[in-house]
Structure formats: C-alpha cells, structure tokens
Design a protein around this ligand. Sequence first.
Ligand code: DAT
Ligand code: MG
Length: 137
Amino acid sequence: MTQRTLVLVKPDGVQRGLTGQILARIEAKGYTLAQLELVNATREILEQHYEEHQGKPFFEPLVEFMLSGPVVAAVVEGDRVIEGFRSLAGATEPTTAAPGTIRGDLGRDWGEKVQKNLVHGSDSPESAEREIGIWFS
Ligand code: DAT
Ligand code: MG
C-alpha cells in the first residue's frame, strides 16, 4: 500500500547539521523523497500542524522551538512509510528512544520544557494528508 507521509527535520536537526544524515537514513531505508523544501515556519502553520497539542504545557515551548530556525519539510513515499518512518524516528523522548533510531542515535534531553527530538513524522494516513496540505499548499 503506497503511502505518503510528512517528515520535518526540526530546527535542532538543521542547526546541528544533521539534515543530510537524516535524509540519508530515509533514502537508505528505500523510501523516496517526493517533495523537499527548506522553510521558515510561521506561528499560523505550527498552530495548525500541532492543533492536537493546543492547551498542553509543552505547546508554547514547542511552537517557540519550531520558530527558532528553518525546518526541512519533505513528502516521503513508500509502502507503509507512515509506520516505517515512525519506526526509523524512534520514541518521542530521545533519552529512551532505541539506539539505531534517528532520535536514539542523534538526540538527547537538553533539560528544556520541550523535547528537541530532531524529526516529525505523521502518525496516520489522515494526519499525513492534513499535514502535507499545511506545509505544501
Ligand atoms: P511525536 O513527535 O513523537 O509524534 P507528539 O505528537 O506526542 O510526539 O508530540 C509532538 C512534539 O511535542 C514531540 O515531538 C516533542 C514535544 N513533546 C511531546 N510530549 C512532550 C512532553 N511531555 N514534554 C515535552 N515535549 C513534548
Ligand atoms: Mg505526533
């Protein structure tokens, strides 16, 4: 079942010079980069993108973090890519994300109110289509 997912390399990944490594892992896994762009997010984009998290204690720190520098937005294609990229990314918390995953290998906790965990990946086909529409309209 060929799918599309939205992947973001978050500002920490771009600032740390890890974009190439992260995209290389996606390509090495066999997925296809269908669209790719370096973007300065806006508050409006982020409030839509993270609407499920509005009202949570980390929401404002998350938006501020995502506004702190450019992000790389990509549409990635492949069979079961939504699940596959989430698996490649690892758990939300970089401290406990499994070694071998992007977050587990390249991320850590920085003692801040928001987890800076390098990447975003859509969590369902519905989220993927919604998020692709926000970032690539
Ligand atoms: P994911 O990015 O693994 O899908 P999520 O959708 O639950 O995780 O949360 C979005 C982002 O918000 C996540 O990548 C990092 C941050 N975040 C989530 N839960 C958090 C928490 N309890 N404390 C700090 N930051 C958090
Ligand atoms: Mg999520």
